[in-house]
Ligand binder design. Structure first.
Ligand SMILES: Cc1cc2nc3c(=O)[nH]c(=O)nc-3n(C[C@H](O)[C@H](O)[C@H](O)COP(=O)(O)OP(=O)(O)OC[C@H]3O[C@@H](n4cnc5c(N)ncnc54)[C@H](O)[C@@H]3O)c2cc1C
Length: 483
């Protein structure tokens, strides 16, 4: 391996994870626990296993458990818990389903995890307006089961069956974002309990508004650092008349990326266009019992009328053939589509399954679409140079891709190489006017990259907003940036 790649992380992106953080006084935590026990009874847990389940369990980042977990059933419950924590300056960490990938739900200073999974009611569906009002613990699959009979669906689909509150808070997206946008485009309004216990409603149900600052978007992506979301109003879409889906093999990742770029640039309204490199295809074949050729492959889906999806599929097939890809095999059969997309959503677990006992380091850059092929190709060269086992998957229609680096956590050298590899990936993305995270968010894992992405002024504006809304830094401290 090239010696320059071997050393410890030391570049401009390798600063401390966050600034100095102070734990609350132990007696403050004990007083909060006693007060919460009186208010919540058996809806408060301090059991070690429960506390650990409410911190990071999914990735290579260490688990930092909260001191207690409260199960909230209403906005009143959330308000009561936040007010008690605020009175003693004890941290509050909102918890949806805990599938976030950058240590978002860790509690580096301890504190109270507010679990919102019991706030799981669909409050209203306004089919005539294509929107719905829900509690934050509703998961994306449950919402879609609820909507199906009315011919509606909510399009944002991270691989995990995440809660809508967590998805709003990470500004999540997924395979459908190329057609339907991300959470930033699909939350019309929300209700949040602020650090001082007040309840904020950010907007009305109107599809658009020019009335003042956009507080909805301020909370979408705030990762629980500004308040706890207790209600969401979401945009819905009609289930299309016809859906076609298929797979298309390519001779190289570069050819697959170029086919994606050409598809987007020619205005084909593709609903999903997902890249899997050859290693990821092998992992999916083994895990999801597929029989795909082990070569770079695009999974695609088109929405529209029967004639429309046939035409879009054929146009894509021609683009793929021009770039040496194909044949593009597509179908409108629901069961075949479901199997395909389930395999795509399970891609992360398929990777972990490749090497028993390993953890995965999930990267998440996004670049302008014209730079996609260049970025992915250079990243593949780096994977080889760093001698890593690291399949690539990507929501490539948005210029977003993930490298899942398999890690043996006992292999210090492998962990150091993975960190350095990620640093170079982020640098590459930023140099192409991209971002360090397209959809997973910052949590603890990406804090060090924010200044390089936003500059000092950008970060200072974010810090100013945080200080104004949460002067004692109780809301999910140690995430997004240091204060
Ligand atoms: C297999 C797999 C595939 C994935 N694929 C994708 C993908 O394709 N696209 C994508 O975007 N992500 C993906 N993710 C990441 C993850 O699913 C998303 O980040 C998701 O949005 C997290 O939702 P959650 O309910 O699990 O939130 P949690 O992990 O519980 O919380 C995430 C953050 O939101 C905060 N939070 C949670 N609920 C609230 C609330 N009510 N109010 C305020 N703050 C709150 C938490 O404090 C935390 O900071 C994937 C994860 C896995 C494991």
């Amino acid at each position: 391996m090239n010696e320059a790649l071997r050393g410890p992380s030391s570049g401009p992106l390798s600063g401390p994870l966050s600034g100095p953080l102070r734990r609350p006084a132990p007696d403050a935590v004990e007083q909060v626990k006693a007060a919460l026990a009186a208010r919540f009874g058996n809806k408060l847990s301090t059991a070690e296993a429960v506390r650990q389940q409410h911190a990071n369990t999914t990735t290579w980042l260490p688990n930092e458990a909260p001191d207690a977990v409260v199960y909230a059933a209403s906005t009143d419950d959330v308000q009561a818990a936040v007010k008690l924590c605020a009175a003693h300056k004890v941290p509050v960490v909102p918890f949806g389903t805990g599938t976030s990938l950058e240590g978002h739900v860790n509690a580096p200073l301890g504190g109270v995890s507010i679990d919102l999974s019991e706030m799981n009611r669909v409050l209203k569906v306004h089919a005539e307006d294509l929107d719905c009002v829900i509690e934050p613990g509703v998961t994306r699959k449950r919402l879609n089961e609820h909507l199906r009979d009315q011919g509606l669906f909510f399009p944002i689909d991270p691989g995990a069956d995440a809660s809508l509150g967590g998805m709003a808070s990470t500004r999540a997206s997924g395979t459908n974002a190329v057609r339907y946008g991300t959470m930033k485009d699909n939350v019309l309004s929300l209700k949040a309990v602020l650090a001082n216990g007040e309840v904020l409603t950010t907007a009305r149900r109107a599809k658009k508004s020019s009335a003042g600052y956009d507080l909805t978007r301020l909370f979408v992506g705030a990762e629980g650092t500004l308040g706890v979301i207790t209600e969401l109003t979401l945009k819905l879409a009609g289930i299309p008349e016809a859906i076609s889906a298929g797979v298309c093999p390519f001779p190289s990742v570069e050819a697959a990326c170029n086919a994606t770029i050409a598809t987007i640039q020619s205005g084909i309204p593709v609903a999903r266009i997902e890249l899997l490199d050859a290693l990821q295809v092998r992992a999916c074949n083994a895990y999801s019992k597929l029989a795909l050729r082990e070569t770079p492959t695009l999974f695609l889906e088109f929405h529209g009328s029967h004639a429309g999806v046939a035409e879009q599929s054929e146009r894509f097939g021609e683009i793929a053939a021009d770039l040496g890809g194909g044949p593009f095999e597509w179908t409108v059969k629901a069961e075949d589509r479901t199997k395909l997309w389930q395999a795509r959503h399970d891609a992360y677990w398929a990777v972990i399954n490749m090497r028993k006992g390993c953890r995965a380091f999930a990267t998440d850059v996004c670049v302008p679409i014209s730079r996609l092929a260049e970025c992915v190709t250079a990243t593949q060269e780096d994977i080889a140079a760093f001698e890593l086992t690291a399949p690539i998957v990507g929501h490539v229609g948005d210029g977003n891709f993930h490298v899942s680096v398999l890690l043996d956590m006992d292999d210090v050298g492998e962990v150091a190489r993975a960190k350095k590899f990620n640093e170079r990936l982020v640098e590459r993305s930023l140099s192409m006017d991209g971002t360090c995270t397209g959809e997973h968010g910052v949590g603890e894992g990406k804090i060090r990259y924010l200044e390089a992405e936003h500059g000092k002024t950008g970060l200072d504006v974010m810090r100013g907003i945080k200080r104004a809304l949460d002067p004692d830094n109780i809301m999910n401290p140690g995430k997004i940036f240091s204060l």
